[in-house]
Design a protein around this ligand. Structure first.
Ligand code: NAP
Ligand code: HSE
Length: 428
């Protein structure tokens, strides 16, 4: 009989248990598809006594994930513990050093250490696969590295953090403020152990760093990403953006131009009627643009036991079939240093200002924009609340640097109350 592919799984939480369930439930299907049995040899987690709702009695229990990674009776080390350092990094390094391929769902580990690990893998003839690390159940890594390999990729963008999209869309539909929805997410268990990873845009930026590397042949450059979270988005912004025909999304964009590589993870406005604008709840969406294919839109569940385990198993099946693809789609030593763009490509911006109710206030604002070289496309003033009136402005395309000059002007004038809100409008 063909030799079985033997897995060692470190981490038996949401994703790890999901993987065990698929291996057990679909043993025949997996063998039929890959031509060989896929079996679990050994597992590891912190608490051996915990009831995880699956039968683990057939597997060797290792208390130390590094020891698991080094076992002679596994072919693939499946890292599902999480964390950019600590046991995840140590065990992945140990697995590669002892000749194992690695499958991981750990975006933080690869966004920070991906280049070193990819070089280590290739030096030892091994493979690292990480479909589950980006957009959960959506096969986006496979699409980029395989299905779209014939394209020069021009832009990758998307909504890659389900928790943020859940909050933003519930703000819209339920008329609830950010703080109430943050609490709701905490109750529902949607937040990472460190919630700032979600709402601060860091988790999604980890994912963007990985997509960007594959798309543009650059070393993962997490530090080069401009990151802004959703904590400051107000119900007013949600409503007023909607009134102007937009939705607010935590949008990741990676784009290469003559200015360099632009990588942004920030709240942006997208047209309400666009596929991204219509994306509701915890669902993820990744949009890939290539010179030959034009635009591909991938949509699906970005997290959760089943979807994430599905992605892990896709990688495991590829390894069972003998598919060997470089970690970031081309040899790690050929990846270039990303030259970060100093200024982003021009875009229209949405501005929200609270104007004091006095003669000439609007004229002053218009003059500040004009002096800075920012042209107004549309403007709307709402009824006064107490002494101020909200004014919304959609600009023509401008750079952020130019806009910042105008924002500085607003701060210096006596007609604008509080901090102006400025959100990029992404053309999608
Ligand atoms: P989780 O539910 O918190 O599970 C983590 C598992 O790792 C637990 O079983 C834990 O053991 C084990 N663990 C932690 N430290 C360990 C150590 N030092 N030695 C041995 N085992 C250790 O996490 P998860 O949600 O499954 O996420 C796992 C990975 O998948 C992370 O990288 C995450 O970012 C990624 N991911 C998750 C999702 C998702 O929807 N959950 C989606 C995409 C990617 P105990 O159970 O004994 O505490
Ligand atoms: N916290 C992540 C999210 C989980 O909300 O999308 C999947 O990486």
């Amino acid at each position: 009989m063909t030799q079985a592919l033997r897995l060692g799984i470190a981490g038996l939480g949401t994703v790890g248990v999901g993987v065990v369930k698929i291996v057990r439930r679909h043993a025949d299907l997996l063998q039929a598809r890959t031509g060989r049995p896929i079996v679990i040899t050994a597992v590891s987690a912190r608490d051996a006594a915990k009831d995880r709702g699956v039968n683990l009695s057939d597997y060797v229990w290792e208390t130390d994930p590094v020891a698991l990674a080094k076992r002679d009776d596994i072919d693939v080390f499946v890292e599902l513990m999480g964390g950019e350092n600590g046991p995840a990094k140590a065990s992945v390094e140990a697995a590669l050093a002892s000749g194992k391929d690695v499958v991981t769902a750990n975006k933080a580990l690869l966004a920070i250490h991906g280049q070193d690990l990819a070089e280590q893998a290739e030096a030892t003839g091994r493979v690292i696969r990480f479909e589950a690390a980006v957009a959960g159940g959506i096969p986006v890594i496979k699409s980029l590295t395989e299905g779209l390999a014939g394209n020069e990729i021009t832009r990758v963008m998307g909504v890659m953090n389900g928790t943020c999209n859940y909050i933003l869309t519930r703000m819209q539909s339920q008329e609830l403020g950010y703080n109430a929805l943050f609490e709701e997410c905490a109750q529902l268990g949607y937040l990472e152990a460190d919630p700032n990873l979600d709402v601060g845009g860091i988790d999604a930026a980890h994912k963007l760093a990985l997509l960007s590397s594959i798309a543009f042949g650059t070393k993962p450059n997490f530090d080069g990403i401009q990151i802004e979270g959703i904590q400051h988005i107000s119900l007013d912004d949600i409503h007023q953006a909607a009134d102007m025909g937009y939705r607010i999304k935590l949008l990741g964009v990676a784009q290469r131009s003559a200015r360099g590589l632009e990588q942004r993870m920030q709240p942006c406005l997208v047209p309400s009627a666009s596929a991204l604008g219509q994306l509701e709840g915890g669902t993820n969406m990744v949009v890939i643009e290539g010179d030959a294919v034009d635009q591909v839109v991938l949509r699906g569940p970005g997290a959760g036991e089943g979807p994430t385990a599905s992605a892990v198993m896709g990688d495991v099946c590829d390894l069972a079939r003998g598919l060997q693809i470089s970690t970031f789609g081309r040899p790690a030593t050929s990846l270039q240093e990303a030259t970060p763009a100093i200024t982003g490509l021009p875009a229209p911006y949405y501005l929200r200002l609270a104007l004091f109710d006095k003669p000439g206030a609007l004229a002053k604002v218009a003059a500040i924009l004009g002096d800075a070289g920012v042209s107004i496309d549309r403007m709307r003033q709402y009824g006064h609340s107490e002494s101020t009136a909200p004014v919304l402005i959609v600009t023509h395309k401008t750079t952020r640097a130019t806009l910042d000059v105008a924002l500085e002007g607003f701060r210096a004038t006596d007609v604008v109350s509080g901090e102006p809100v400025a959100l990029r409008i992404e053309e999608v």
